[in-house]
Design a protein around this ligand. Structure first.
Ligand code: UGA
Length: 443
């Protein structure tokens, strides 16, 4: 099949490479000439395990093409996927400017029948909006071309995006047209091998499904974080409680790991956007508002513990904290809405110096934090500890899971660990002379 993908960000590039890998011909369009140039050199501008090889191979085999011209991309394509950014406006609503611009351009450029697909996360009703924009542009040109606008939300996780695309739990397609369903069946047959994995529904339900899924997952995380806070106060251990509740099939073990709160480009934005949509239509989204506020509190949980610990020692001013992990989770260089940024901002405001290490996000971190004189990015996991008063583990990178505790002790001024991901065993650290603070477990 011939496919055009507009927007070579995270979702766009992963989808393009994975569609090409199954033999489709895919044209990737991006307005940024630098991005297209980099892609043509066989390099990618985002960090995602396995993606660079996939892009390079399919580009060399001429199944993947890169262009800045929407016309070139559209010409042969039957499917046109819109995968441009949908940033959050200051009021929490979703900014659709880029999606609308692409829709306008498609209407101004297309010369034959197309299936236009919204793949970016967009508010309910966007497919209808895109349809009217394309129709209006076609009318201006005096054309009456057949087209459909479908919704096919993406459920990729950063760090696992390629395998999530290749072996999806489900593929959701929203369309009102039977013929469109058939073409989607052909497109997704190599990925959604069993029929149950391909779920067809109305466009508005598909758009809502994406928000409902992310809000459900965010709710699980805020729920377990709230349980963790209560566990600490009543003397229970949240790790044990997680095992106890997760064994019930109706609850499950996944996405109930307590931590430093959820970050990234999806959950915080999507929870806020659904709150906004709900209010616009007169609903009272009390539960997801609470999910959002529990998360805001949780992002400050570790810095609160650090401030409380140093309070009797004259406070944090002039002291140094080493941080392990800046990305919002492991296996990504993404620092958007990362809890590390909230922790750094709160502690440097109180005068604490920060030395931070992240195996992958260090380059982005240097850029993002360059105006904060109290922050230094260090490129070695153990050197970052030298002369620090304590270390805080913020991202769950594998290389932090089983570290050399003797080396940690030697490098730090005092053996103090604040663990935002519950990576270590409190009794082991206690018996080895560490002061150890984690989430939902008493020191
Ligand atoms: C999320 C969803 O998991 C994907 O299904 C969805 O497609 C994607 O958003 C999107 O909307 O595009 P992602 O943001 O990549 O994916 O990251 P997750 O792995 O879901 O983690 C989100 C945050 O929750 C991270 O900060 C992570 O550390 C935190 N988390 C996750 C926890 O604190 N506890 C958990 O048990 C799980």
């Amino acid at each position: 099949m011939n496919i055009c993908i507009v927007g070579t960000g995270y979702v766009g590039l992963v989808s393009a490479a994975c569609f090409a890998e199954m033999g489709n011909h895919v044209w990737c369009v991006d307005v940024n000439p630098d991005v297209i140039k980099t892609l043509k050199e066989g390099k990618i501008h985002i960090f995602e395990p396995g993606l660079e090889d996939l892009v390079k191979r399919n580009y060399e085999d001429q199944r993947l093409f890169f262009t800045t011209s929407l016309k070139d991309g559209l010409d042969k394509a039957r499917f046109v996927f819109i995968t441009v950014g949908t940033p959050c406006s200051s009021d929490g609503s979703c900014d659709l400017r880029f999606v609308e611009n692409v829709a306008r351009e498609i209407g101004q450029t297309m010369t034959d029948s197309k299936i236009i697909v919204d793949k970016s996360t967009v508010p309910v009703g966007t497919a209808d909006k895109v349809r009217s924009i394309v129709k209006a542009e076609l009318e201006k040109r005096g054309l009456d071309l057949e087209f459909d606008v479908a919704s096919n939300p993406e459920f990729l996780k950063e760090g696992d995006a390629v395998s999530d695309f290749m072996k999806p739990d489900r593929v959701v397609v929203g369309t009102e047209k039977k013929e469109t369903c058939k073409e989607f069946e052909t497109l997704y047959a190599p990925y959604a091998r069993s029929r149950e994995k391909l779920i067809f529904m109305g466009t508005r339900s598909a758009e809502m499904t994406k928000y409902a899924a992310n809000c459900m997952l965010a709710t699980k995380i805020s729920f377990i974080n709230e349980m963790a806070s209560i566990c600490e106060l009543v003397g229970a251990n949240v790790r044990e409680v997680r095992l106890g509740i997760g064994s019930d099939h109706r609850i499950g073990y996944y996405f109930i790991y307590p931590g430093v709160g959820y970050g990234g480009s999806c959950f915080p934005k999507d929870v806020k956007a659904l709150i906004n949509t709900a209010k616009e239509v007169g609903a009272r989204p009390e539960l997801i508002e609470a999910v959002d506020s529990v998360n805001n509190r949780q992002k400050k949980m570790l810095s609160r513990k650090i401030l409380d610990y140093f309070e009797p020692q004259g406070g944090v001013r002039g002291k140094t904290l080493a941080i392990w992990g800046l990305a919002f989770k492991a296996n990504t260089d993404d620092m958007r809405e990362s809890s590390a940024l909230s922790i750094i901002s709160e502690l440097t405001e109180a005068g604490m110096k920060i030395k931070a290490f992240d195996p992958v996000a260090h380059i982005k971190a240097e850029e993002i934090l360059r105006d904060n004189d109290l922050v230094e990015i260090v490129h070695n996991q153990y050197e970052v500890l030298e002369g620090a008063n304590a270390v805080a583990v913020v991202t769950d990178w594998n290389q932090f899971r089983n570290p050399d505790f003797d080396k940690i002790k030697e490098a730090l001024l005092a053996p103090v660990i604040f663990d935002g991901r519950n990576l270590y065993d409190p009794s082991y650290l206690g018996s080895n002379g560490f002061a150890y603070f984690s989430v939902g477990r008493r020191p």
